[in-house]
Design a protein around this ligand. Structure first.
Ligand code: ISL
Length: 544
């Protein structure tokens, strides 16, 4: 596999509105991020992915953009953004921005013009259809609302939105739209950014004729439609290939076969992707399924394309809560999950707060939540007559706000995030879980991430090594090898709240091993592992 910097990199995701507030307005901001760059740099990461900072009415936390060339006042100014970029670069890191071009805000001037009349010059920049039998043009749902269509009084037609009604989809079939997007991309690339995370990119092309869906709840019809890859090839040809950058596509509902169309090195579209076979499709931990996903993606992309590894982000409940143990074994579990993400094939992502083992939340009332997806779904369920408490409870485990609570810096009021009132409540466990406390301990989660990330810099086997699952069929133990040239690593993970016996696989010599990393402090490198007992959430890496 061809070696490149972005394969060797570790990415840290900054959800800036919840990272650090420098001016007391309750929102994190770019100056706050600049002030906290030490925290990120000292982890050893290479790339920062910044969630959208563009001008936006902020109905979907910046994913509804009203001006692509300006910075949202809550975040700062273009001047602060430029200072950020300079600081990130002078520290030897890179910055990638979110590119949200499946849709704009309904307050974008393009949409204002489009909706103004049926003959507007920009009418065809969005997707407008007549009513069918006095109702929506088809039965599709959107991600965030019961219908993908919204009737606009002024012209009596419906416009299409894959997400909230405040996020009308751009019409990618229109070449003028594509050119406008490419211009905007060049605007940021020419400022010197190092790449894009491409939001909802699987949704750009819409199915011919907009036919009714057999099951409207199975929204796969919104994604991976014919024409999509022609758009990505054109985007690559006209923009991306002219810069030394990394591109990561957010690709919903892709299998490895479908994924390869985005990232196949011979296809000249994107470098890497996020698939959602885990984060969207695996509701709670399922070891057998997870191994199957890893093996299929490894085999599917091997030698041809590059994957990403993540278990949470700003849309998905924190990994230690959702997939690990956030109680008695929180620290061990957070380290085990990190070991796994950083030793599986693909570029690893760290979502802010993960490196100190932050957990999900259970606030008492729907009023404590902000997430538009959760709130719209709650209103829909209650509107259908469901008991409000029950509807609320059912939405708690996967609410996107689980991962959006403010970064817990220290044990001062509001966890040191803001001197004002935070836009969303701080997780009440901040006195126990916070960066200051974690960093002060040599055996902390943060310190473990530092070691893990440093290993990646020294050992190409973590990046380019062949992967082999040696534990197929085991519901608790995950044991796999990575091998490159003369180096062979064995990763041992006991993803369980109990002890699990382990036997050294055939072909590995117990006397010939070196302990690379362990998440329990008392492991002796010389200890025999011919047959051993792994403790709850124990993780070890050996080299042979
Ligand atoms: O959040 C999800 C499920 O919990 C995902 O399905 C997610 O909605 C989808 O992957 C698209 O997400 C992206 O685009 C959205 C935005 O709200 C998300 O924050 C963003 O990551 C619309 O721009």
């Amino acid at each position: 596999m061809k070696r490149t910097w972005w394969k060797e990199a570790v990415v840290y995701q900054v959800y800036w509105r919840s990272f650090m507030d420098s001016d007391g307005d309750g929102y994190g901001d770019l100056q706050g991020l600049i002030d906290k760059l030490d925290h990120i740099q000292e982890l050893g990461v290479d790339i920062i992915w910044l969630n959208p900072v563009y001008e936006s009415p902020d109905q979907d936390n910046g994913y509804d953009i009203s001006d692509y060339n300006a910075i949202m006042a809550k975040a700062g100014t273009i001047g602060t953004w430029e200072t950020l970029l300079r600081n990130v670069h002078s520290r030897g890191m890179k910055l990638i921005m979110d590119l949200v071009v499946n849709h704009t805000s309904s307050e974008h001037p393009w949409f204002a013009e489009s909706r103004s009349s049926r003959d507007s010059a920009k009418r065809d920049w969005y997707i407008w259809k007549d009513a069918k039998d006095g109702k929506e043009p088809n039965n599709w749902r959107s991600y965030f609302s019961p219908s993908a269509w919204e009737r606009d009084e002024r012209t009596g037609q419906y416009y299409f939105h894959s997400f909230a009604a405040e996020q009308p989809d751009l019409n990618w079939a229109n070449p003028e739209v594509r050119e406008a997007v490419y211009d905007m991309m060049r605007f940021w690339l020419d400022k010197g950014i190092d790449g894009f995370r491409l939001d909802a990119i699987a949704l750009l092309a819409k199915p011919e004729g907009y036919p009714d869906a057999a099951d409207p709840h199975d929204i796969r019809y919104l994604t991976n439609n014919p024409g999509l890859h022609a758009y990505l090839k054109e985007m690559n040809e006209k923009v991306l290939r002219h810069y030394d950058i990394v591109t990561v596509g957010e690709a919903a509902f892709v299998t490895p076969e479908e994924g390869l169309k985005y990232v196949g090195e011979d296809r000249h579209e994107l470098h890497t992707l996020f698939h959602f076979e885990v984060a969207d499709e695996m509701r709670t931990w399922d070891m057998l399924r997870f191994k199957d996903i890893q093996t299929r993606w490894y085999e599917g992309l091997k030698g041809k394309g590059w994957n990403s590894q993540f278990l949470n982000n700003h849309d998905h409940t924190r990994q230690v809560t959702r997939y690990g143990n956030d109680g008695r074994y929180r620290v061990e579990s957070a380290k085990l999950l990190a070991t796994m993400v950083h030793t599986l094939p693909g570029t690893p992502y760290v979502y802010q707060g993960e490196e100190i083992g932050m957990t999900g939340v259970r606030f008492p009332s729907i009023d404590d939540y902000d997430d538009i997806a959760m709130k719209n779904r709650y209103a829909e369920e209650v509107g259908k007559g469901r008991d409000p408490r029950e509807a609320f409870e059912s939405l708690l485990p996967l609410s996107r706000d689980n991962s959006r609570t403010p970064m817990q810096w220290d044990d001062s009021p509001n966890a040191g995030f803001t001197t004002g009132t935070p836009w969303i409540k701080v997780n009440p466990n901040y006195k126990e879980i916070n960066a200051a406390r974690d960093i002060a301990r040599p055996d902390s989660i943060y310190r473990y991430y530092q070691r893990l990330i440093a290993l990646r810099k020294r050992h190409p086997v973590m990046v380019y090594g062949d992967y082999r699952d040696l534990s197929a069929g085991d519901p608790h133990l995950y044991v796999y090898s990575r091998s490159l040239d003369d180096t062979r690593w064995l990763v041992l993970l006991n993803h369980a709240d109990h002890e699990t016996p382990f036997a050294l696989p055939e072909g590995y010599s117990d006397s010939n091993k070196t302990l690379v990393l362990a998440n329990y402090a008392d492991v002796e490198g010389s200890e025999s592992i011919v047959s051993a007992t792994l403790r709850p959430h124990e993780a070890r890496i050996y080299a042979f």
